[in-house]
Design a protein around this ligand. Sequence first.
Ligand SMILES: Cc1cc2nc3c(=O)[nH]c(=O)nc-3n(C[C@H](O)[C@H](O)[C@H](O)COP(=O)(O)O)c2cc1C
Length: 194
Amino acid sequence: MSENRLFLPVVLGTNRKNRQSENVARWVFGKMNGREEIETRLFDVRDFDLPRDDYGQEIKDDFPEWRDAVIRADGLVIVTPEYNHGYPGVLKSVLDLLLKEYIHKPVAFVGVSAQVWGGTRVIEACLPMVRELGLVSTFTDLNFPRVQTLFDENGKLLDAAYEKRAEGFLDELVWMSRALRWGRENLPSKYHQP
Ligand SMILES: Cc1cc2nc3c(=O)[nH]c(=O)nc-3n(C[C@H](O)[C@H](O)[C@H](O)COP(=O)(O)O)c2cc1C
């Protein structure tokens, strides 16, 4: 069974002090760890020592753990806050470190916001960007509106309704991950070795 496990890293997409998205990312990461078909790892954009004067694939070898994780990954989960209806620049900087490593892999979005939309607008804003990376988005997002009311001071999620939502979110990501892994392994493409 172990070779059938899916490796699905989670990216926490903001380095902001007092970020609420950290509670969300840790909760989603815990849910993924609880599923036997998933192996995961939490990447925090705060841990990337990005240079001030360089960008993109040219510097990917300075971030070998991220590079190797994405090469091995069957898909990604991106936890992103909504900043002026867009995504944090640091998330884009981290994603831009790689390109061909993402191709034909699914990405599932978790949106986080202070207002009522739960990051729906930032997820929409992410779609053209991840498409250019070759990632394939799932259609079952997880949204955390009014995130400042959802967790207690210990990071415990206060709304039990998220349990079922998270299961549906992960079920679809697992399906997409298996389907696309089968495709990468069995269907020739100029973008990867079958
Ligand atoms: C620069 C900036 C822009 C923001 N823009 C929005 C926004 O467009 N819509 C919204 O609902 N919340 C907005 N917020 C609030 C965040 O969604 C809120 O801080 C939430 O907790 C998620 O971000 P966090 O992980 O940084 O805490 C903004 C916050 C910052 C710092």
